[in-house]
Design a binder for this molecule. Structure first.
Ligand SMILES: [Zn+2]
Length: 233
């Protein structure tokens, strides 16, 4: 696999916090446990430096950038880590024609999970006192809003461009993944949640596990929609 200087720069520019979260590192107030396999620590003494987009361990002194993190977490070579980061960051590495893969459309479940609406667009055209027999939805004061199919399906338009579609799905899945990571961190570390969970008589670990399995599904989606899809025939 070939890569250029520009590719390395782009790979190193992806926010380290996002990469750490994607790899399952727990971050608490900017600290995490040292990613070095040689440094097995109990307390988190590796600190994130947003300015340099890296993290540094106060215990062993080692610094880690996004490429280091991916290499350690996924056991990849340097070139493969650049490739992996290009997928995460949604950029194409230079000097290599990406292998074309068959274009598969996402399932409804996958679309729902990443938050893309696949149906046609309906426009409100009128209101009625009586229940219409076709498209309708309840409005205010017992009125019904008459909807008309606007003959436009943004998803169908999007599906015509496989590359854009894949990028969008990956981007959305990635976005949701990191958002869930933040929620998990908050539930774990913010005491106000204890109170809230108590009121709801909800089990903290159960909720966290649920969120983790959601992340697993999102990670699978990111993996499924990587690469360059062949244009639809
Ligand atoms: Zn260390």
């Amino acid at each position: 696999m070939k890569y250029s200087k520009r590719d390395i720069e782009l790979a190193r520019a992806i926010p380290i916090e996002e990469v750490l979260r994607l790899e399952g590192y727990q971050i608490n107030k900017g600290f995490l446990k040292c990613p070095s396999p040689e440094h097995n620590e109990k307390t988190a003494s590796c600190h994130i430096h947003k300015r340099y987009n890296n993290c540094k361990c106060f215990g062993c002194g080692r610094k880690f950038n996004t490429v280091d993190i991916i290499q350690i977490a996924e056991g990849l070579s340097f070139p493969d880590a650049i490739k992996r980061l290009s997928e995460i960051g949604g950029f194409q590495t230079e000097g290599e024609e990406e292998e074309e893969i068959p274009y598969v459309l996402p399932t409804r479940k996958e679309l729902e999970l990443v938050g893309i609406i696949a149906g046609p667009v309906y426009a409100a055209v009128n209101v009625s006192d009586t229940k219409p027999d076709s498209m309708n939805m309840p409005g205010n004061d017992g009125e019904y809003v008459i909807l008309k199919n606007a003959d436009y399906n943004p998803f169908a338009e999007l599906a015509k461009d496989p590359e854009v579609m894949y990028m969008l799905i990956r981007g959305k899945a990635y976005e949701k993944y990191t958002r869930i990571s933040r929620i998990i961190e908050e539930i774990r570390n913010d005491e106000r949640y204890e109170y809230l969970l108590d009121i709801m008589s909800a089990d903290k670990e159960e909720i966290i596990n649920e969120l983790l399995s959601l992340q697993k599904e999102l990670k699978a989606i990111i993996k499924r929609f990587k690469g360059k899809p062949r244009a639809a025939a």
